[in-house]
Design a protein around this ligand. Sequence first.
Ligand code: FMN
Length: 205
Amino acid sequence: MLGLNIGKNANTPIERAEDDYIACLEGVYPWADYITVNISSPNTKNLRDLQQDTALDRLLERLKNSQRQLILRFEKTVPLFLKIAPDLDDTQIEQIARQVRHQGFDGVIATNTTLNRTAVAQDPNAHEAGGLSGGPLREQANHVVTTLRKSLGPEFPIIGVGGVLNGSDAQSKLAAGADLVQLYTGLIYRGPPLVAESVRATRSA
Ligand SMILES: Cc1cc2nc3c(=O)[nH]c(=O)nc-3n(C[C@H](O)[C@H](O)[C@H](O)COP(=O)(O)O)c2cc1C
């Protein structure tokens, strides 16, 4: 299963972001089993502005139109997942949920890294720039999954990610409402056995 992640270039003005996403979508489409539309990296200036109402609606609509053409051209349907930030309030999350449903997106991935430093406030490096991943992100990311699940209903696909460092963390994603689990930072601390542990834990959940 190969998921490919698309975003805009750092030096593309935000007003022209859509063109980058469309170019990337067309480029990766033949190779991907699913495609992640990343509008939530905190490291690309203004990228998260794309999560706002009108900008998001326009972007999702263009991507869905392009996907329809690509389905015909390549005779295969590659699902599109929208990847969102953890730094959203419940109203924003509900709004995004409405938009992904309305535009017929195939699923949501929650979440990317956080700008919130509350969970590491005592750490001497807490004020460094960039997105924070791993354990301190887990509860915040799980809350986004729970809020999405409430808004999207039981059938809509959600991938939970953020702070999975052991099997029980993976289980907590399913408990929050995710259908599937991704992990990244945990691999640094636990290596590939974390994947087997997470599979065992979620299977018995
Ligand atoms: C160094 C680093 C680079 C990342 N690059 C991307 C990226 O290019 N696109 C993306 O959607 N998410 C990116 N992420 C976010 C991760 O995919 C993941 O959503 C986040 O780290 C939370 O999961 P984790 O706690 O298991 O790491 C990156 C995270 C880190 C730490």
